[in-house]
Ligand binder design. Structure first.
Ligand code: CUA
Length: 347
């Protein structure tokens, strides 16, 4: 085999071309496969889709780079102190070096960081112009979302799915009905706690259309991990249309099955906790169900919103999300089918 042939083969091999992957690449692959999905997707601080989230991501990258440099510096000094000869190593053991590395360097680095943090905090908490105002209330374990109307229009209440127009800031009033929760949609903005007895605000904005997922970020009881929220950003016109639809009372049952479903809803006790605008149901303990059929998920992002899952949630919500405030409602198949079909029809 000639030298150039050998070089050619080696090149193919290390590019992972036709041959087997080199050892190092095989070793790196599992790490890449586990780490990379964290960098993109609907719930990632590293894939920002709004001004506040972008600013925070930039700061994170700057801090990551700074911390990386300091880590390399410290490891270099450690290697030097272990490997260098006796007299050169002695050079490290002087007060001036300890003072500059242990006192001056941290003060300078942290002061620079503090300056940027103040600047960024000022930027992302600035009062926005012409914001859409939405009140979000944390409950164990779901989110109540209220679009505040003006003199001419009533508020619109929905749950677990925040719709927002692209390019317009949304000012969120964050409150809680019970314990401390924390609202966080990583792709759109930083997190903010919801504290009993006080209203916090958070401004978020999406600069692309899309679907994003958020989570409750403060331990709030047994089902804290199953307290998710979705944000749907859409063009302004589509958003106005969506809001107008949500403002309407619930659709009347279109056939006998749905009519029967509504009767079951009223007889079974659902009306004690849920509101369906346009009907006798006025309960306020659980989510407003006026347009529940239009939402993507049930139980705060836990189940896909299908007729089967609606039925499953009604009969065994305590199995799906133990400890939540909705009791299981065992019922015969025909009544359950009608009830689930009725709820599904509330688009
Ligand atoms: Cu709500 Cu954790």
């Amino acid at each position: 085999m000639t030298g150039s042939n050998r070089r050619h083969l080696r090149r193919n091999y290390s590019a992972g071309g036709n041959g087997a992957r080199p050892f190092k690449a095989r070793l790196a692959l599992p790490f890449a496969v586990t780490a990379l999905p964290g960098c993109t997707g609907i719930q990632s601080v590293l894939d920002p889709r709004g001004p506040a989230a972008s600013t925070i991501a930039d700061l994170s990258w700057a801090m990551f780079a700074g911390a990386g440099l300091i880590f390399l510096l410290v490891m270099g000094l450690l290697a030097y102190s272990l490997l260098a000869g006796g007299s050169r190593r002695e050079g490290l053991n002087v007060n001036r070096f300890i003072f500059s590395g242990g006192v001056v360097l941290p003060i300078v680095t942290l002061s620079i960081l503090l300056f940027f943090v103040f600047q960024i905090a000022g930027k992302i908490t600035k009062e926005p112009e012409d914001p859409l105002i939405v009140e979000i209330t944390g409950h164990q374990w779901w989110w109540e979302i209220r679009y505040i109307g003006d003199e001419s229009q009533q508020d619109v209440t929905t749950a677990n799915e925040l719709h927002l127009p692209v390019g317009r800031p949304v000012k969120l009033r964050l409150r809680t009905e019970d314990v401390i929760h924390s609202f966080w949609i990583p792709s759109l903005a930083g997190k903010r706690d919801m504290v009993p007895g006080m209203d916090n605000t958070l401004v978020l904005e999406a600069d692309t259309t899309g679907l994003f997922r958020g989570i409750c970020n403060e331990f709030c009881g047994a089902q804290h991990a199953l307290m998710r929220i979705f944000a749907v950003s859409m063009p302004a016109a589509a958003f106005e249309e969506w809001l107008a639809t949500q403002r309407r009372p619930a659709q009347e049952p279109a056939d006998d099955l749905l009519q029967r479903g509504r009767t079951v809803f009223n007889e079974t006790g659902c009306i004690a906790c849920h509101t369906i605008r346009g009907t006798a149901a006025r309960g306020v303990t659980g989510p407003d169900l006026t347009h529940v059929g239009s939402r993507r998920t049930l139980a705060a992002g836990v189940l896909r919103n299908t007729r089967a899952n609606l039925a499953a949630w009604i009969v065994s919500s305590q199995h799906i999300k133990p400890g939540n405030k909705m009791p299981d409602y065992p019922m015969e198949g025909e009544r359950l089918l009608a009830l689930a079909a009725y709820l599904e029809s509330l688009k």
